[in-house]
Design a protein around this ligand. Structure first.
Ligand SMILES: Cc1ncc(COP(=O)(O)O)c(C=O)c1O
Length: 440
């Protein structure tokens, strides 16, 4: 017989990205969720200020999605992903490429953001090779970038604790500087004025390695997990033109920014810069079933479509690529987004969101407030010698007060479901004001 779940038997599960010992002394358990709220095991309602982990864009327990999963499980639970197909995988692909910028008309499926990143990096290197340009193998990331936890992703990523434990990582990787500049840009609303020149770092790297060795540059259009760092005005445009000049592919990691987070369907719709490869996951299925998708240009796709027709063109894929359950969930998610206008709802709410967040300026320890679409960040002065402790205390206190936030370093990150109403934005900011006022 299974033992009942009590605080005494939490030992076996080694939790991801969690302070395990702290958690297990005082667990925070959810037992239900509906729309904007979780229900805790002690019967409280907690407002989801982070859309789960930046993924539940349509809110929780959405009827279309629930129904689609139930129906699909009874109809076709699994189909082999290699050399076989099922209708929903193709239907979803066709619908997705109508949403993405023109030219990004082909899509590969994965099961997570991390797998999408690996897929994109491998595709970039292989693309140059099939074109006869196999000397282009280098991958360029950026300091403070987050591209998931697999070896390619942590190699191009730039978050030190995510990298330093894991040996030599991938070779042939270099990093541009990050764009965070509190001295010049603190308390900017939306994209900061200063820092476009940081894109020239790519020219420096090209000068060092020679463009003929570089396959791709990967960036998050808005860096999320590192604590919400926005691209300076003109920065992404400049990266695009340097890539074009040198024949380097530009990869946008849109695992967070995709599917409406910026108030536009994807980052190119916001910034007017279109990458060669676009990485997504999270909001694709509203976070309900694991799934990711990687979009590539026609040029990249077509470069692989040669050789004998009985031959596999690209030796890559996963047992669960385009799993029927995931495809059904994604289709129901897209339908929910469409019916409720959620992919652009952030644009309608962003100025209210912005004013609400910036009203926290001047509270103790607050050294910056940042916002874009329905993303927000409040950066706190770290406690001397004890980095992360202040923000973690804020996280625990907010949870007790009925609000789920996310912290990274000493930064509070916010990304509520896109169905949020103005009074719920007020709730978030009122609770944060309480939390910040009483913080040591
Ligand atoms: C930009 C970015 N890329 C990749 C990932 C990794 O996604 P996953 O946790 O689904 O592997 C994340 C997760 O937060 C992310 O924010």
């Amino acid at each position: 017989m299974n033992a009942p779940v009590t605080t005494n038997n939490l030992d076996a599960f080694w939790m991801p990205f969690t302070a395990n010992r702290q958690f297990k002394k005082n667990p925070r358990m959810f037992v239900g969720a509906d729309r904007m709220h979780y229900t805790t095991s002690d019967g409280r309602q907690v407002l989801d200020g982070t859309a789960g982990l930046w993924c539940v864009n349509a809110g929780h327990n959405r009827p279309r999605i629930v129904e689609a999963i139930q129906k699909q499980a009874a109809e076709l639970d699994y189909a082999p992903a290699f050399q076989m197909g099922h209708h929903k995988a193709f239907e979803l692909a066709s619908k997705l490429v109508q949403l993405t910028p023109p030219g990004l008309d082909h899509v590969m499926y994965t099961n997570s953001g991390s797998e999408s990143v690996e897929t994109a990096l491998k595709t970039a290197i292989a693309y140059h090779r099939v074109k006869g340009d196999g000397s282009r193998f280098r991958l360029i990331g950026r300091e403070r970038g987050y591209h998931g936890v697999n070896f390619g992703g942590i190699s191009v990523g730039g978050i030190v604790p995510n990298r330093k434990m894991f040996g030599t990582l991938l070779t042939g990787v270099d990093h541009m500087r990050h764009t965070h500049d509190l001295a010049r840009n603190a308390f900017t609303r939306e994209v900061p004025e200063h820092g476009v020149e940081l894109a020239d770092d790519l020219e420096r790297i090209v000068a060092l390695h020679d463009a003929s060795t570089i396959a791709a540059v990967i960036v998050e259009p808005v860096a999320g997990s590192t604590g919400v760092l926005l691209p300076p005005k003109g920065y992404l445009q400049k990266l695009r033109s340097i890539c074009d000049k040198h024949g380097i592919l530009l990869i946008f990691d849109e695992v967070i920014t995709g599917f409406g987070r910026l108030g536009t369907p994807f980052a190119p719709d916001y910034f007017g810069v279109v990458p060669d490869i676009m990485i997504t996951a999270k909001g694709l299925t509203n976070g309900v079933i694991p799934m990711g998708a990687v979009f590539v240009t026609n040029e990249i796709h077509d470069a692989f479509m040669n050789g004998p027709e009985h031959m596999i063109e690209f030796f890559h894929g996963y047992t669960y690529s385009g799993n029927p359950m995931a495809c059904a969930t994604a289709l129901a998610t897209l339908e929910t987004y469409r019916e409720e206008g959620l992919l652009t709802r952030g644009a309608e709410l962003s100025s209210y969101w912005e004013d609400a967040l910036h009203s926290l300026k001047g509270l103790p320890h607050v050294i910056d407030v940042r916002n874009i679409g329905l993303i927000g960040a409040i950066e706190l002065e770290p406690i001397a010698g004890e980095p992360t402790k202040r923000a973690f205390a804020a996280f625990l206190d907010a949870y007790e007060k009925g609000l789920l936030i996310r912290t990274t370093g000493d930064i509070i990150a916010l990304s509520p479901p896109l169905i949020i109403e103005k009074q719920e934005i007020d709730f978030i900011v009122d609770k944060l004001r309480d939390v910040l006022t009483s913080l040591n």
